[in-house]
Structure formats: C-alpha cells, structure tokens
Design a protein around this ligand. Structure first.
Ligand SMILES: Nc1ncnc2c1ncn2[C@@H]1O[C@H](COP(=O)(O)OP(=O)(O)O)[C@@H](O)[C@H]1O
Ligand SMILES: [Mg+2]
Length: 315
C-alpha cells in the first residue's frame, strides 16, 4: 500500500492570464481525511479537477493512489471516486438507475452492480427512495446518492467537493457521519473541500487552508489552532483598532494579535483567557478604542484562516 493517497507538488492551473491555483503542495497519508478549507474562489474545485484527471495542470505534478495524474490518468481513474460540487445526476432517473449506469460505465458485471447497490443503499440509507426519480429527493438524499455513486467502484481515494453545500444542519451532520464511517470501516482516504470551518474541524485529520490559489497553512486542526495560543480574547469595539492592537501585543502573556477589520475586532491570543481579561481590556483605555463586547474562547480554524490571510473566512 502507498504511504500517501495523494501527493501534490507545485500544482498550478492557469486560465489565460489568470492563475486559479498558484503552486500547491500537500500530501495526504493513506487512510487520512484531508480537508481543503477556503473561501469561494480559492481554487479548491480546480485542485480537485486536476487531481481527478478532469483537467490537466499547467505545471507541477501529483500522484493519486501512487499513479501520476497525467501519465497514468487511467490508473488514477480506476482507483478514485468523486462527488462534484454541483449535483450532477440526471434527475429523471431513479436512484437505482443512477448507480447502475455508473457501474456500467466501469464495465462492472450485473451481479457485482446489484451487490454494490444493495450494500451502498444500506450505507447511505436511501431505502425505498432508491426506485423513485431523483427529482423527488430532498437535497440531503441527493447528496447521499452522489456519495453512493462515488463509491460504486470501491475506490481507494474518494474526492468530495463541498459535500454538504446547501444542506440544513441536520443533513450536514448526517453526511458527516457517513464520511467518518467510510473512513473508519473501509480505511478509505478522503480529500474533501469545504468553505465551512466547522466541517473541516468535525471531519479532518489534516487541513490545508487555501486562499487565492495558495496553500497558506497545513496541519492537524488541533495543532494549527494551538500554534496561535491557548485562549482567544476577542475584543470588538469602535474606533481605531490599530493602536490598541499594538499596545496589547506588548503584554508579556500575549502570544499574538490579529485584527479582524471587517468585524472591527482585535483578536488577542493569550496563555489563559479568563485570568488575562481585565489586563487586556485595561489597555483599551485612552487608546481611542471603545470596547463594545469581549468574548473568551478557544481559537477555531476560522481564527487560523484570519491569522494567515488577514481576512475573516466569511468575507
Ligand atoms: N474554466 C475556468 N475559466 C476561467 N476561470 C476559472 C475557471 N474555473 C475556475 N475559474 C476561476 O478560478 C478561481 C478558482 O475557482 P474554483 O477552483 O472553482 O474555486 P473554489 O472551488 O475554491 O470556490 C475562481 O476565481 C474562478 O472564477
Ligand atoms: Mg468549489
């Protein structure tokens, strides 16, 4: 078995003068769940399209399941499953037909197709809906069908592009549990993309944070967060944040300070939030910064994103 399910080195994708992906490097160990986290337009889908051999990179290389995505594209395709960001199935077909056609595309014999379909329907709990037209499905059911389709060929590596986009919270949590289950019971390696930091936090062993086509940080979610500081005091207010931010950074127990301009907030990373609160707020006095509210919390991946990009993930 390969050590790495995916290894990307210097992947670039240009569209004319515009560079959508500007040299991305990462490695996904076999059996891991890797999340590419970043805002819309960061280059996540473009990266998935290169890794799944749909588009050719402009530069760089990558191996998926040990095979080069350009020179051995057929071997890569034989070992991967993909679900796309936009629901791609023909809505006039039944769920069963969608899965069956997919198996036929891969020349699976009918007995194998039947066997796979019944196992997958169990897994994603489509039940009787399997023989209804897809257009009658809820958003969550369509996503589950897509997931089942991606698994028809029993892939080694599964790519999920925004697997819960547009779903309500209950359905999102449902999809998360299927993804975890697949990873746990089959040892499937997964690369998913998301612009939801809670999704990356909930699922991923490793996260790559992408912005403007670049990987700005990579690591285990806990480690990325811990590198910022133990606790985060978020001070929101009115007036000039820059002087306050500079002053508070000089306090000995402050590990770093970020400004979240779009929310008029200053993020102060400290060793222990509750015991430092009074000192941090004290610095705002006479600084032309009027404090409206203060919260103390553990930092999140959203804070990691802000730290590396200078922008909130929601912007
Ligand atoms: N076929 C294309 N032609 C030109 N620009 C494209 C094309 N596909 C994507 N882009 C641009 O590349 C950037 C990255 O897009 P995408 O990979 O879809 O980002 P994400 O999935 O992170 O939202 C965006 O600015 C997008 O407009
Ligand atoms: Mg996308």
């Amino acid at each position: 078995m390969q050590t790495f399910a995916i290894e990307a080195r210097g992947l670039v994708k240009k569209y004319g003068d515009f560079t959508a992906v500007q040299g991305i490097d990462f490695a996904v160990p076999t059996g891991a769940i890797f999340a590419l986290l970043g805002p819309n337009g960061a280059g996540k889908t473009t990266t998935i399209h290169m890794l799944t051999t749909l588009i050719a990179p402009s530069a760089g290389t990558a191996a998926v399941a040990g095979f080069d995505i350009v020179r051995a594209a057929d071997q890569v395709r034989a070992r991967i499953g993909v679900t796309f960001q936009e629901i791609a199935v023909d809505q006039d077909l039944t769920g069963r037909e969608v899965l069956d056609i997919h198996g036929r595309l891969y020349r699976q014999p009918s007995a194998l197709r039947r066997q796979r379909i019944s196992a997958l329907v169990e897994l994603v709990q489509l039940g009787d809906a399997l023989d209804r037209r897809v257009r009658t499905y809820s958003g969550g059911m369509k996503r589950r069908l897509e997931l089942a389709r991606g698994l028809m060929t029993d892939p080694e590596v599964l790519f999920l592009d925004e697997p819960t986009q547009g779903l309500d919270p209950q359905n999102r949590v449902g999809i998360w549990s299927y993804i975890r289950e697949l990873n746990r019971t089959r040892g499937l390696s997964l690369l998913l993309t998301t612009h939801y930091m809670d999704e990356a936090e909930a699922l991923a062993n490793l996260v790559g944070i992408v912005d403007h086509g670049r990987l700005v940080a990579e690591g285990a979610p806990d480690a990325l967060v811990a590198a910022l500081g133990a606790d985060l005091i978020r001070v929101r207010g009115q007036g000039d944040t820059s002087h306050f931010a500079r002053e508070v950074a000089t306090l000995p127990f402050v590990s770093r300070v970020d400004s979240d301009a779009s929310n008029n907030a200053v993020l102060v990373y400290v060793d222990s939030g509750s015991s430092r609160l009074v000192d941090v707020i004290g610095v705002s006095n006479g600084n032309g910064f009027h404090v409206d509210d203060v919260t103390v919390a553990r930092p999140s991946l959203g804070d990691v994103f802000l730290h590396y990009t200078g922008r909130a993930l929601r912007d």
